[in-house]
Design a binder for this molecule. Structure first.
Ligand code: DSN
Length: 415
C-alpha cells in the first residue's frame, strides 16, 4: 500500500480515478500530453522544498548551490534544443505569467499591441478583454481569412500599419497551419514593432524541426513546456540580449516570487528527452497522425476548418451536423474520447457554446499510435457525431475505444 493511500485515502482515490481515466480514454485535447515517469519523479522530489528567489548564482537565500546547477542545466539544454544564443528565463510558473512578464517588461500600461483574436485561434493572453493583457494594454486583433481560414499576411500588415502597435504577438492555440515567422518579422519591421512569438502549442514541433523556427525572427519567444514538448507544467521565455534584463526583472521580482525548482528540474529533464533522436521521430509522427486524422475525418464527411493541418491539431466545424461543440464534447466523452469544444473562425456561437471541437495528436502519439489508429479514431468520431441518437453506435464506439487504448499503454503510468 502506498504512503499516500494510508495517510489520505480520499486524495489517493481521486488520483487513481484520474489515472484510470487517462489510461482508458483517448486523449485528443491538443494542448495535453503524457509527461514521462522521470519528469513526474522530479516534480515529486525534494527540490519542492527550496526557496531560491533571484537567478542562478545571485540568490536572496542561502543553500542554493544545487538549485543553481538545476537552473543552469535547464538553460543550457533550452539553448541547445532550440539552437539559439537568445537569453533564456526558465522560471515562469506557466504560459500566462510568462506572457504577462513580457508585456510588463516591454510595454507601458496603455501601450498598443497586436495579437490574434481568441475566437480566431489566439489565446486569452493575446489581448482578450477579460484577461490582464486586454485590460492593461490596448490590443488590436487580426484573424484568419474568411474563405481560406488561414492567416492573411497582407491583411495583418495593413492592420499593423493602421494600428501601429509597439509589440506584435504571433502564435496561437487553435490554428492548424504553419505560421510564417519570417512574414511576421517583415510586418514588424515595417512599423518598427517588437515581435513576440508564443510557440506554446508547437514548441515540440519546432524543436524537432518539423515546423519553422521563430528564432532569428522573433525578438522574444515564449512557450509552455507541457504541450508538444511533453514536460511538466511550466514555461520559458527566450529573448534577444537587449531585452534580457527587463524580462528577468519582470518575472522576478515583478510578477513572481520563488521559482518552482522541482518544476525547473523537470523542465531540464524534458529538454534532455527532446534532445534525443527519438523525439524527432515522435514530433514527425504527431504531424503525420494529425494529417491522417484530418483526412479521414473529411473522408467521413466532417468539415475540417481550413481543409487540413500542418501541425498537431485540427478543428472540426460541426454546423453542418447541426450539433454544437458542447454537445459533441459530451457525446465523445461518453464513448471515451476526450476533446474540447472550441470556437471556429467567424463563429455564430459563444465560447461556452461554440460550433467546433479541437482535436490534437500529441498525447495519442506518445502512446505509440500511428496512422492506422488515426483512421479508426476518425471513423469512430464521425460515427458518433453523425448518429448521436443511436444507442448501438455509441455502444460500438465504447468498445472500439477500449480495444485501442488497451493496446497502447500510457507512458508515465506504469500500473
Ligand atoms: N489551455 C491551453 C490550450 O488548451 O490551448 C492554452 O492555454
Amino acid at each position: 500500500m502506498s504512503k499516500l493511500h494510508k495517510q489520505d485515502p480520499k486524495i489517493y482515490k481521486i488520483i487513481e480515478l484520474e489515472k484510470k481515466r487517462q489510461k482508458e480514454n483517448l486523449e485528443l485535447i491538443p494542448s495535453e500530453n503524457y509527461a514521462s515517469s522521470v519528469v513526474l519523479e522530479a516534480l515529486g522530489s525534494v527540490l519542492n522544498n527550496k526557496y531560491s528567489e533571484g537567478y542562478s548564482h545571485k540568490r536572496y537565500y542561502g543553500g542554493n548551490q544545487f538549485i543553481d546547477m538545476v537552473e543552469d542545466l535547464a538553460i543550457e539544454r533550452a539553448k541547445k534544443l532550440f539552437k539559439t544564443d537568445y537569453h533564456v528565463n526558465v522560471q515562469p510558473y506557466s504560459g500566462s505569467p510568462a506572457n504577462l512578464a513580457v508585456y510588463a517588461a516591454l510595454l507601458k500600461v496603455g501601450d498598443k499591441a497586436l495579437g490574434m483574436a481568441l475566437d480566431q485561434g489566439g489565446h486569452l493572453t493575446h489581448g482578450h478583454q477579460v484577461n490582464f493583457s486586454g485590460k492593461f494594454y490596448h490590443f488590436a486583433h487580426y484573424g484568419v481569412d474568411k474563405k481560406t481560414e488561414k492567416l492573411d499576411y497582407d491583411k495583418i500588415a495593413k492592420i499593423a500599419k493602421k494600428e501601429k502597435p509597439k509589440l506584435i504577438v504571433c502564435g496561437a492555440t487553435c490554428y492548424s497551419r504553419e505560421i510564417s515567422f519570417s512574414k511576421f518579422r517583415k510586418i514588424a519591421d515595417g512599423i518598427g514593432a517588437i515581435l513576440m512569438a508564443d510557440i506554446s502549442h508547437i514548441a515540440g514541433l519546432i524543436a524537432a524541426g518539423v515546423h519553422p523556427t521563430p528564432f532569428g525572427y522573433a525578438d522574444v519567444v515564449t512557450t509552455t513546456t507541457h504541450k508538444t514538448l511533453r514536460g511538466p507544467r511550466g514555461a520559458m521565455i527566450f529573448c534577444r540580449q537587449q531585452y534580457a534584463k527587463d524580462i528577468d526583472r519582470a518575472v522576478f521580482p515583478g510578477g513572481q516570487g520563488g521559482p518552482h525548482d522541482h518544476q525547473t528540474a523537470a523542465i531540464a529533464i524534458c529538454l534532455g528527452e527532446a534532445l534525443k533522436s527519438s523525439f524527432k521521430k515522435y514530433a514527425g509522427q504527431i504531424v503525420k497522425n494529425a494529417q491522417v486524422l484530418a483526412m479521414e475525418c473529411q473522408k467521413q464527411g466532417l468539415r475540417v476548418v481550413s481543409g487540413g493541418t500542418d501541425n498537431h491539431l485540427l478543428l472540426l466545424d460541426l454546423t453542418p451536423l447541426k450539433i454544437t461543440g458542447k454537445e459533441a464534447e459530451i457525446l465523445l466523452d461518453q464513448v471515451g474520447i476526450t476533446v474540447n469544444k472550441n470556437m471556429i473562425p467567424y463563429d455564430q456561437g459563444t465560447p461556452f457554446n461554440p460550433s467546433g471541437v479541437r482535436l490534437g495528436t500529441p498525447a495519442v502519439t506518445s502512446r505509440g499510435m500511428q496512422e492506422k489508429e488515426m483512421i479508426k479514431i476518425a471513423q469512430i468520431i464521425a460515427a458518433v457525431l453523425k448518429n448521436s441518437h443511436d444507442k448501438s453506435t455509441l455502444k460500438t464506439a465504447v468498445n472500439q475505444v477500449k480495444l485501442i487504448t488497451k493496446k497502447f499503454p500510457v507512458p508515465g503510468i506504469n500500473s
